[in-house]
Design a protein around this ligand. Structure first.
Ligand code: PLP
Length: 400
């Protein structure tokens, strides 16, 4: 065949991608082994039935046609209303671009603001698609690790040290995947100051904004002084409304930038699916599932962490929101990948090694809370048993 473009070849350079444990576990489970899958972040429950019914009604009512490129007007209105709630900043429909999922909103944000050769600073640990999204734009990026010892809150000084003359943007994600850290006001103020001082865009990935628990509430950096005009918020119905497979999300930003970004929808999707858009309108306007899903994850987080607290061998880091808990297992085994493989073999529990998400998360395991309470309890029991009997030189320390 003729040559593919270097752009497409460069998005995901071949080799290890960090998902090896997950896919090995998945294959074994599909062959009938009783493996507890705590490795992947997709809801274990279906989309709320009201949303499903709204979609069925829309299909039956003949909503089978092209829609406006930036989204149906009522959809944009509904998204703007939720953006107002999520970010604490009054938002109008022309500040919103409907996209097929949060990932597509992130892609639009990066494409709309970076030229080839431009540079961005990305806070790690991060969601696995981030590097490829920058590579797809021909942009360079520097990873700044948020430290485990700081509860995975990024250090503004370290972020600023990575800014170069060609830097155009910073990317943060709160509540965070994989760490579950919910960024504090102080953290976000530090990052906002850098954006204002260096005239940078801030991409703020807030797809988990409803999934917080305890005392740490979600704060959007868009609400901070001087940030509305430079913040591009990535949002989605995937997590908050239980709609991962429907592929619907949105980008919120200054109306002038959104107007330009509509052209991306022209050349890529040519607008969203008609009946999915109409179901999404109903879901957004009526908050279908939002409170129940948030309460469910808050309860699961508590159930799992309660099993882990008081177990000296592991330290809980981050784990304040989102769909994941993060356990520091370094006193048991510094090599988290080896730990994850051994856990799978010994106890048939699949988790993600933290190293899959960058250096800062090495020595940790990420636990997905996308399983029923009883299963999470069972997983915690197996994990404790496994650690207490951990083979090798660290056994004595692990059992203490
Ligand atoms: C941090 C983060 N951002 C964005 C996404 C993309 O979500 P979606 O494209 O399903 O809206 C995900 C999905 O897991 C995520 O974890």
């Amino acid at each position: 065949m003729p040559h593919p473009s270097s752009r497409i070849s460069g998005i995901s350079p071949s080799g290890k991608d960090g998902w090896e444990v997950h896919f090995a576990a998945l294959s074994r489970r599909q062959k009938g082994e009783d493996i507890l899958m705590l490795s992947v972040g997709d809801h274990d429950f279906d989309t709320p039935s009201e949303t499903v019914e709204a979609c069925v009604t829309a299909v039956r009512s003949g909503h089978h046609h092209y829609t406006q490129l930036p989204g149906l007007p009522r959809l944009r209105e509904a998204m703007a209303k939720v953006a107002t709630e999520a970010t604490g900043v009054a938002t109008t429909a022309d500040e919103v671009l409907a996209t097929p999922g949060g990932q597509s909103a992130l892609y639009a944000a990066v494409q709309a603001t970076l030229d080839p050769g431009d540079h961005a600073v990305v806070v790690a640990p991060y969601y696995a698609t981030y590097p490829g999204t920058f590579r797809a734009a021909g942009a360079d990026f520097t990873v700044v690790e948020a430290r485990a010892e700081d509860g995975f809150q990024p250090d503004a000084k370290a972020v600023e040290a990575a800014v170069r003359p060609e830097t155009r943007a910073i990317l943060v994600n709160t509540p965070n995947n994989p760490t579950g850290a919910v960024y504090t006001r102080e953290t976000l103020e530090g990052i906002a100051e850098i954006c204002c001082a260096h005239d940078l865009w801030l991409y703020s990935d807030e797809v988990y904004w409803t999934l917080t628990g305890g005392s740490r509430r979600h704060l959007s950096p868009r609400a901070l002084p001087g940030m509305k005009e430079r913040t591009l918020v990535i949002n989605s119905l995937s997590k908050s409304h239980g709609m991962t497979g429907w592929r619907i999300g949105w980008l919120t930003g200054p109306a002038d930038l959104i107007r330009l970004a509509v052209n991306l929808n022209l050349v890529s999707t040519y607008g969203l699916n008609d009946f999915v858009s109409r179901a999404a309108i109903e879901a957004l306007e009526n908050r279908y599932g939002v409170d129940e899903i948030a309460a469910r994850y808050a309860a699961r987080r508590e159930i799992f962490l309660a099993e882990m607290r008081g177990f000296n061998a592991v330290t809980v880091r981050g784990s304040e929101g989102g769909m994941y808990a993060m356990l520091d297992i370094r006193t048991v085994e510094p090599d988290c990948e080896r730990f994850a493989w051994r856990l799978l073999e010994a106890e048939k529990v699949a988790v993600m090694p933290g190293s899959s998400f960058g250096e800062a998360a090495a020595g940790h395991i990420r636990i997905s809370l996308c399983q029923p309470d009883a299963l999470l309890k069972e997983a915690a029991t197996r994990l404790r048993r496994f650690i207490s009997a951990y083979p090798g030189e660290n056994k004595a320390r692990a059992a203490s």
